[in-house]
Design a protein around this ligand. Structure first.
Ligand code: 5AD
Ligand code: SF4
Length: 440
């Protein structure tokens, strides 16, 4: 490599986005400069996702573009979940790739960079046998107000549809000391919102002798001076305990929002998926959340068309949506993934049927959101101002419940409100966002 420049594109979840922030920081600390286009870069990295089929295809599509002359003189690297899943096969599929590394190997990134710089064209980081987490002082954060902190990596569950245990390796938590120290440093440098990350964030268990559980950690992060909001994703229902809700009730800094993926409303499907809870057990978590003193927004993930899903199972999911009345949800058609248990299951649901079920879920949820959001009219919410929509002449705010609340603010003039916390009254509501006016 001649010029030490790099370009990185990130796919997938928030964990991946934050991994990229750490990768970028590591590269910069080693004398690399980030550039805006792959054309301008000596080192081109794709941090990939393989959660669903389409996510995975994207990276090969990108790599194809540089197959011939376009990629001359450049070094290509595939990071993340596709790298872990496909491993050295990537070198065969795309011979111009020189680095293939999964997230469990990022602690070795400096050594891998040295190998690349020395001209090695088959550098790999594919071991999953690790008890380390990727901690670095060099994180290059994208957002000046909200900072992400990974508290637990990997996954020890074995949901029948999911690649994550194969791509991110075994579960490993950071020590509470390291998490709190990072939180304090972030507060000192002006961040006001912290988002704690993990595939199963609430399975956190402090590895040091104190052995804090997630609820204890959450309460302590909430008490870091200067931090005004704390969020966390993603919670697994099996490890969701009442003390988490109690912590939210006790510390207003903890945001009024829990993302609790249910996947299906049918206990039969939940068992086939190996989710480790029944519908009733899930509903117990929902009851805790709904009987909290605070108005906690609840969101979820739904998979339709898992092998063996009957019309009756699907109707159970629709009934669950009506019962819980989620504030929003992500819904997906089941997609077969390598290595997973569901691959061998019979009774596949045809593609058109999956599409039909997905549409029904989305329509049902849209009606729920229209109704719920309309009920929010007149309510005042504190928002963190995240941006400005010039075309509409509105500021873009986010409520504690994680809803977008766009608003006008007459008094503002030319003032830049981004990063401020303001009270906004909701005046209009659509299915996916709210509009309001700043009060005062
Ligand atoms: N097919 C469809 N959706 C999936 N998800 C995970 N694996 C699959 C798959 N194989 C969804 C789940 C999970 C979200 C991140 O992605 O709903 O909660
Ligand atoms: Fe995608 Fe899952 Fe990997 Fe995140 S952990 S990038 S969602 S496959």
């Amino acid at each position: 490599m001649t010029a030490k420049t790099f370009y990185i594109e990130t796919f997938g979840c928030q964990m991946n986005a934050h991994d990229s922030e750490k990768v970028i920081g590591t590269l910069i600390s080693r004398g690399y400069t980030q550039v805006e286009t792959p054309e301008a870069a000596g080192l081109v990295l794709y941090n990939t996702c393989s959660i669903r089929d389409k996510a995975e295809q994207k990276v090969f599509h990108r790599l194809q573009q540089f197959k011939r002359d376009a990629g001359k003189g450049k070094v290509f690297g595939v990071l993340g979940c596709v790298a872990q899943q496909e491993g050295e096969k990537i070198f065969e599929k795309a011979p111009h790739v020189s680095l293939v590394a999964g997230s469990a190997s990022y602690t070795k990134l400096p050594q891998m960079l040295v190998q690349l710089e020395q001209g090695d064209r088959r550098v790999t980081g594919l071991s999953l046998d690790t008890d380390e987490t990727f901690e670095t002082p060099f994180t290059r954060r994208d957002n000046p107000h909200r900072a992400y902190i990974t508290i637990i990596e990997g996954c020890d569950k074995s949901c029948a549809y999911c690649v994550v245990p194969f791509t991110r390796g075994p579960e490993r938590s950071r020590t509470r000391a390291s998490v709190l120290e990072e939180g304090r440093r972030l507060a000192d440098s002006g961040y006001t919102e912290i988002q704690l990350l993990g595939q199963n964030v609430n399975s956190y268990r402090d590895p040091s002798p104190a052995g804090w559980d997630f609820a204890t950690l959450l309460a302590r992060v909430a008490q870091i001076p200067g931090i005004r909001r704390v969020r966390f994703i993603t919670s697994h229902p099996r490890d969701f305990v009442k003390p988490i809700v109690d912590a939210i009730d006790s510390y207003p800094v903890l945001c009024d929002h829990v993302h609790l993926p249910v996947q299906s409303g049918s206990s039969r499907m939940l068992s086939a998926m190996d989710r480790l809870y029944t519908r009733d057990e899930y509903m117990r978590c929902i009851d805790w959340l709904k009987s909290a003193r605070r108005n906690i927004a609840i969101t979820t993930d739904i998979i339709v068309g898992f092998p063996g899903e009957t019309e009756a199972d699907f109707n159970d999911t629709l009934a669950l949506l009506d019962q819980v009345e989620y504030d929003s949800l992500f819904s997906f058609k089941y997609s077969p993934r390598p290595n997973t248990a569901a691959l061998a299951m019979g009774d596949k649901v045809p593609e058109e049927e999956k599409t039909r079920r997905l549409t029904i879920v989305q329509e049902r949820q849209r009606a729920i959101q229209i109704r719920r959001n309309a009920a929010a009219i007149g309510v005042v919410h504190e928002v963190l101002v995240e941006g400005r929509n010039q075309a509409l002449g509105q500021w873009i705010g986010r409520t504690s419940q994680n809803r977008t609340l766009n608003f006008g603010a007459d008094r503002a003039g030319d003032e830049n409100l981004i990063g401020q916390y303001l009270d906004v009254r909701v005046t209009r509501a659509g299915p996916n966002s709210l509009v309001g006016e700043s009060v005062m």
